[in-house]
Design a protein around this ligand. Sequence first.
Ligand SMILES: [Fe+2]
Length: 265
Amino acid sequence: MAANAKLEQLIRIAAPLWAGEAEVVRTYWTSPVRTRDTDLLWLSRQCFKEFWGSGVSKYDRGGVFVGCLKSLVAQAPEIDVTLDRHEVLGVLEGIKAEFSHYCAFAEIYDALRPAGAPRLNPQVLESWSEEDKLTQLRYRHQDEHGALGMRACKFTEGGYCALFREGKALKGKGGIEDQIADACAFIYEDEIGHMLAGIADIGNEALSDAEWKLLGELVVAQLQQRIRMRNQQFGEPLSQDRVAAIYRGEIEPMRFDYARAGLAA
Ligand SMILES: [Fe+2]
């Protein structure tokens, strides 16, 4: 089978799980569990991800901000010796992008917090158990499967922009919903092209049938864990039964944008 056919197969495996992550967020917006406190919680957790999250690049252990910066400082003597300057530039651009995402969510948090409540800062941000499990899973895949594990991490990064896609759909509802929509629209535009290009790029890899099969298994494991991560982030708007049904494929799959990814459908 040609690489593009293999890539299409991988996208077909991923599409129902991408839709599942989107359903978590979409369900939360109108869920009876939603209060100002649960909004403050998911926003602070998203800030955690944007600032301290890691597991999708070889530079980010210790977080996308501090971890990447420390790693760059440590490797500065190697620039243009063993480390290409363009790779460094790419890491710096990534740090700026992630920090701007942190700022966008922190600003909504600060707008929403009750009068007199403290402002948010990176030191007070906390992870949650399903987020920790996702990070551990990604590190394990990288440690056990090297470049293929990293490929899987890149493929699942952002979960087809589920949060940002569903967040920007709140536009026009007024108040905090519009603030969430504006932040999500900004981040969506920042991430979607880069994410699609990353996925399309896998079609250029010379992988054996066994490697494609393993990549599929790693991707499914990570995308399933992403649904649990997102569901807990938002206070479990989906029941465990519904999550299990999504895993079984009982959901309309996400439509992959082949045209924007630069791939023939
Ligand atoms: Fe981000």
